[in-house]
Design a protein around this ligand. Structure first.
Ligand code: NAD
Ligand code: ZN
Length: 339
């Protein structure tokens, strides 16, 4: 059970609790928190990373891999006990996950997420990834971490803007399979931390049925992301804000296709308006059809001439339907007229 690899802890785990052959790879920016800086210094073998999308490249993969190789060779660290611990947000987790899964054909991996997005979403489910030129997550493996430590002290130091970025992912999970939490979670650290185990369990309930994506069951986690990626690319929004708009798009599209009842649509949409964004949905949807098409066609999840789109049937129930790219473009134009 993958779910069991998640541990909720108050403080960072002591360096002594890891094997002697542990290499810590950490986001340099987290050192701004004095308690993290002192903790990092307790590791004998450590490598600083410059987090962000630029980390998820083949160049930095090769650069860091050589640092790892030197460390392993000069200290005789190799072998099955070798353990990589990643401390950082989603980019660090994706990068170190890929590195751990490929170095010496796969060595142990522990993740300590330091952003809300990583704690709620990216640290779970085993996916890692590097970008290939401008195409995100084009290279990667599915390699679940042995342990994921969710550390209260780390998450509670994060600013509100960080939380905004992850809140849409939290609501996404509720819409997929944790309906009871939908009206309960609030956009503050305490509430989110309190409900985190349920949100994370919601993701594992899906991932565990289809870890290696053989049955297509993980697709539902893409709710809000097809159009979310369009909003992100065109308006330069944060991922969370873009996914929030992507969910709104899916809701309206679901209503138009009669997958969801009007009363249920109203009930859900009221809650969704709690997420503030730099622009309104009405402004965000004003995208030329051609641009929508361009971004969607880059989407790696496209199948033949269609896209597996996630529609909402009711709170806690979604359905996957293959739609033509043209249908999505037509729906964007329809919503532009309607709003
Ligand atoms: N593997 C998956 O299943 C999955 C799922 C969703 C997203 N992702 C990936 O996650 C990435 C986004 O994750 P992210 O938003 O965490 O990005 P990130 O790792 O770039 O972190 C965001 C910023 O916060 C800083 N930061 C991290 N922790 C901090 C802390 N405690 N205090 C202060 N600053 C801190 C980082 O240095 C960075 O500048 C994307 O690359 C996306 O593709 C992966
Ligand atoms: Zn996302």
């Amino acid at each position: 059970m993958l779910k069991k690899s998640v541990q909720y802890i108050k403080n960072l785990p002591s360096a002594r609790s890891f094997s002697k052959t542990t290499i810590l790879l950490y986001d340099d920016k987290t050192l701004q928190h004095p308690f993290i800086k002192s903790w990092v210094e307790t590791f004998k073998y450590r490598i600083a990373l410059n987090a962000g999308e630029s980390l998820k490249t083949l160049d930095s993969y090769s650069f860091v891999l050589k640092q790892v190789q030197n460390m392993v060779r000069s200290n005789e660290l190799g072998g099955s006990d070798l353990n990589f611990v990643a401390l950082g947000g989603g980019t660090v987790g994706d990068f170190v996950g890929f590195l751990a899964s490929t170095y010496q054909r796969g060595r142990k991996l522990v993740l300590i997420p330091t952003t809300w997005l990583a704690a709620i979403d990216s640290a779970h489910g085993g996916k890692n990834g590097l970008n290939l030129d401008s195409v995100k997550n084009q290279i990667g493996t599915i390699y679940p971490a042995e342990k994921i430590y969710i550390c209260e002290k780390v998450l509670k130091t994060l600013p509100q803007s960080e939380l905004n970025n992850a809140f849409a992912e939290a609501l996404k999970i509720c819409l997929i399979n944790q309906p009871k939490k939908f009206f309960k979670i609030e956009k503050d650290s305490r509430s989110l931390y309190q409900h985190l185990p349920y949100l994370i369990a919601g993701k594992y309930n899906i991932v565990e049925k289809d870890l290696y994506e053989k049955k297509g069951l993980r697709k539902v986690l893409n709710l809000g992301h097809t159009m979310g990626h369009v909003f992100e690319a065109i308006h330069n929004l944060s991922h969370g804000q873009a996914v929030f708009f992507g969910i709104l798009f899916s809701l309206r599209f679901s209503l138009r296709k009669k997958y969801i009842k009007w009363s249920e649509f109203q009930r859900i949409i009221e809650k969704l308006f709690v997420i503030e964004a730099n622009l309104t949905y009405q402004q965000a949807i004003q995208i030329p059809g051609q641009k929508v098409r361009e971004v969607i066609l880059q989407d790696k999840k496209k199948v033949n001439q269609g896209i597996d789109f996630i529609f909402i049937k009711s709170l806690g129930k979604v359905v996957v339907k293959t739609v033509k790219v043209n249908e999505i473009v037509t729906e964007v134009l329809r919503q532009q007229r309607e709003l």
